[in-house]
Design a protein around this ligand. Structure first.
Ligand SMILES: [Zn+2]
Length: 65
């Protein structure tokens, strides 16, 4: 019973959905330390941070005299 082993180790089984309704039976993943996370949410966060970093922040500012 893999579920029992998980319970013994204190690792929650990826069941149901995450806070954004992604099916954790499909997208549920584990970090190397056993922490569970949603693969879709993680890739979305990674993409969002990358988009934010790529956006130039110097809007309307001119340093040329
Ligand atoms: Zn998710």
């Amino acid at each position: 019973m893999r579920a029992q082993i998980r319970a013994i180790k204190g690792i929650p089984a990826p069941t149901g959905t995450c806070q954004y309704s992604h099916d954790q039976a499909v997208h549920g993943k584990f970090e190397r330390d056993g922490t569970s996370y949603c693969g879709v949410c993680k890739s979305d966060q990674r993409r969002a941070s990358r988009t934010r970093a790529a956006t130039p922040t110097s809007t309307g500012e001119t340093t040329c005299h």
